[in-house]
Design a protein around this ligand. Structure first.
Ligand SMILES: N[C@@H](CCC(=O)N[C@@H](CS)C(=O)NCC(=O)O)C(=O)O
Length: 291
């Protein structure tokens, strides 16, 4: 392959200009708050600050599944963090996630309000708190945790690697697109082979491993993520498609996908969630008619 766009790195890298591409304006090489912004607080024990990206949807699906299963202690208020506007760098959000990424939550039901960040940690925290969507049997639990952490390690190649260079970079580059497409197709093949053996990722039961993997690799097969289903020949991963469709039909998943969503059809956007009735009364199609 020809060495196009050859670049000689300087001895010491300096942040002199934006790197270009979508989201470049919010990228910085330092952490911490850029401005004062307190977080709102509602009446429920769990306060979620998020956005309906794949990482955000994992958590809203889990909370809706817990409520559907009768765990009333999982009632929550969900507030939008608009990452395109830099809300993740507000002082209140940085206090609950020093890494400035959604999702993050605070559990006020404990003697000390407890912050949890990183979607995998949140799923595990909620699964352990409610004793739900995680197997008790040690071998089955190990399988579930293995797939949960597989997702945490794999998705950065899909999002930060493939998605960035295929969809967001300021221009198309063959080398990184090839490199990450190869890896994402390998990951889809890993998942497809696993789902040829079992109904759900961790076995016969639906667990937090499915909730973590589905919004990334499941949704990828539909084209809703990076518009890349055709490029990846995602329809060939038949077991992933079968598993995607089964989970997409769950009522809690239909609800969870709407929470903190700020784009797409108005009836699918529930910016803030404070009560189950909000799904009937407060989606954007209803609010914008009133306004
Ligand atoms: N490993 C983290 C990743 C979270 C993450 O990357 N969140 C993105 C949205 S999906 C974000 O908040 N980006 C804002 C930014 O990078 O400034 C997790 O799973 O929670």
């Amino acid at each position: 392959m020809a060495a196009t766009g050859a670049y000689e790195p300087p001895k010491i890298w300096k942040w002199e200009k934006e790197s270009g591409g979508r989201f470049a304006s919010i990228n910085r090489p330092v952490s911490g708050a850029t401005h004062e912004m307190e977080l709102p607080r509602g009446r429920h024990p769990i306060q979620l600050y998020s956005l309906a990206t794949p990482n955000g949807v994992k958590v809203t699906v889990m909370l809706e599944e817990l409520l559907a299963a009768g765990h009333t202690g999982a009632e929550y208020d969900a507030y939008v963090i608009r990452i395109g506007k830099g809300d993740q760098f507000g002082s209140g959000f940085v206090d609950i996630n020093p890494n400035s990424k959604i999702p993050a939550l605070v559990d006020h039901s404990l003697p000390k309000p407890t912050r949890v960040f990183e979607s995998g940690a949140i799923l595990l925290y909620l699964a352990e708190k409610f004793g739900a969507f995680i197997p008790e049997d040690p071998s089955e639990r190990a399988e579930c945790l293995s797939w949960l952490f597989w997702q945490m390690g794999s998705a950065p190649y899909l999002g930060g690697g493939f998605g960035h260079f295929y969809a967001y970079a300021p221009y198309k580059m063959e080398y990184p697109i090839d490199r990450y497409t190869m890896e994402v197709k390998r990951q889809l093949d890993v998942l497809d082979k696993r789902l040829a053996e079992t109904r759900y990722v961790a076995g016969d039961t639906y667990t937090v491993a499915d909730m973590a993997i589905w919004p990334w690799y499941g949704v990828l097969t539909t084209g809703r993520l990076y518009d890349a289903a055709e490029f990846l020949a995602a329809n060939e991963y038949l077991n992933v498609v079968r598993w995607y469709e089964e989970i997409a039909a769950r009522d809690a998943v239909v609800r969870g996908r709407k929470v903190n969503r700020v784009s797409g059809p108005l009836e699918d956007q529930l910016h803030e969630r404070h009560d189950v009735s909000d799904f009937q009364l407060r989606t954007q199609d209803k609010l914008e008619v009133v306004a």
